[in-house]
Design a protein. Structure first.
Length: 66
């Protein structure tokens, strides 16, 4: 297991959108992560993540109260 420091920056783009950028520091592999979180409504939202240059993930969030 290798540990390293990371630089993480975040910016709220709007009341419903948040962008985060994270990059490893001090290693030969300067991997980066870009995350866009968007709340479509109070109950529905999604998260788009890019890890590296060609790996993407989409997470759908549904909030439900009981």
């Amino acid at each position: 297991l290798q540990t390293s420091a990371r630089l993480t920056l975040g910016k709220r783009l709007s009341p419903r959108a948040f962008l985060m950028y994270s990059r490893a520091l001090g290693t030969a592999d300067r991997s980066q992560i870009i995350v866009l979180e968007y709340d479509q409504s109070d109950r529905f939202g999604f998260v788009l993540t890019q890890i590296g240059e060609s790996t993407f993930a989409i997470d759908i969030r549904v909030r439900r109260s009981f």
